[in-house]
Design a protein around this ligand. Structure first.
Ligand code: FES
Ligand code: FE2
Length: 370
């Protein structure tokens, strides 16, 4: 293995960040948001794709994505991170249709070239495709369809989408660390007993099987990976006593799953009664914003007692998730500061940090680094 895969420079160099913007983040399908945020005509969200300001908008039930720059004199079209307004530039009020063509131009006689051929002055569009509720964008048109890019993860995201209930927590926070370092941290459990000694380490001991081995799936062609930790038998038996009150839910399983959709989306769940969706957004070579949503699922046959019980589990889950996030944030920021001073490659362990190595190999291949 080339040492280059583990070079600290990959986390600290603004030029590499720029190469990622031109390479990986322009050529691949990239997760950008959830369709339930865009239910009404004119609903929009803004997404930062490595410094590329992009809007996704619902225009008469069609989801479209454009670079957020007006064709006229290049004003930003939507300023807010999300909202509901027509696709109209606030500067001189050029209005665009679902194809991004300027169809409403005040004093249009002043723009004979544009009115003669409005198609030539379209907004810059991005390809958009969905896996259930999960929206993916691609900057440069390519051959690979979203189902072929996602492989097994497509079915998983569709099942999760069908099971999603209310969003019970949204949390956005910045971490002063490179985006790859933040994602790599979420891919290994090696740090859990040390960084999460009083939080995750305790619950993992109770909830996860110590006898059955974790199973890991990795798709080398695209870089997606998943780990499944089987639930502890004793814990499942205790849980089954409450099952009658809690009821049934659409996507039930008996493990914890952590799914990475390469490069920057993770979906995690324990037993399928709630889902944690994390979207890692690179803002600079040493700054990452993490957008994190926790969803409940939908329950059938839940008693009043089951409802109270589930609410208390979910409230505890939210507090717990925030604590774990803060612990990870500190660990990532320390590692970023250390990486900036490191002169030798880092050393991911065998098996225990296998998903980190897999992530690096995929990154290296898709970034076409020499
Ligand atoms: S810059 Fe958008 S209408 Fe003028
Ligand atoms: Fe962690």
């Amino acid at each position: 293995m080339s040492n280059h895969l583990n070079s600290p420079q990959l986390y600290c160099d603004p030029q590499i960040f720029d190469q990622e913007r031109q390479g990986l983040f322009a050529e691949q399908w990239i997760f950008a948001g959830m369709a339930h945020q865009l239910r009404q005509h004119n609903d929009f969200i803004r997404v930062d794709l490595l410094g590329r300001d992009v809007i996704i908008q619902n225009l008469r039930d069609k989801l479209v994505a454009f670079v957020n720059v007006c064709s006229h004199r290049h004003s930003i079209i939507h300023d807010a991170p999300s909202g509901n307004r027509s696709l109209t530039c606030p500067y001189h009020s050029w209005h665009y249709n679902a194809e991004g063509i300027p169809t409403g131009i005040p004093c249009k006689k002043a723009f004979p070239l544009v009115t003669a051929n409005p198609e030539a002055y379209k907004l810059q569009s991005l390809e958009l495709a969905r896996a259930g509720d999960f929206i993916f964008l691609r900057v440069n048109p390519g051959e690979q369809t979203l189902p072929s890019f996602l492989g097994d993860a497509m079915g998983f995201l569709e099942q999760v989408s069908a099971a999603l209930g209310t969003c019970i927590d949204v949390h956005e926070s910045s971490i002063q660390a490179n985006w790859k370092l933040v994602i790599e941290n979420s891919l290994e459990g090696y740090h859990v007993p040390f960084v999460h000694r009083t939080s995750l380490a305790k619950s993992s001991e109770i909830q996860f099987s110590q006898d059955e081995k974790d199973s890991q799936d990795f798709m080398p062609e695209t870089g997606h990976s998943a780990v499944h930790n089987h639930a502890n038998e004793k814990w499942l038996q205790r849980w089954s006593r409450y099952q009658k009150d809690i009821g049934q839910w659409p996507f039930m399983f008996e493990h914890y799953v952590h799914q990475l959709v390469f490069p920057n989306l993770t979906v995690t769940s324990f037993l399928g009664y709630s889902f944690h969706v994390q979207h890692f957004r690179p803002l600079a070579h040493d700054l990452t914003s993490v957008h994190s949503s926790i969803y409940s699922t939908r329950f059938d046959g839940q008693s009043a007692r089951g409802k109270v019980l589930m609410q208390s589990i979910q409230t505890e889950n939210i507090g717990f998730t925030h604590q774990v996030f803060d612990e990870d944030k500190t660990a990532c920021e320390r590692t970023q500061r250390g990486s900036a001073q490191a002169s030798r490659p880092s050393i991911p362990g065998e098996i225990i940090e296998q998903r980190v190595s897999d992530f690096r190999k995929t990154y290296h291949r898709l970034q076409k680094l020499k």
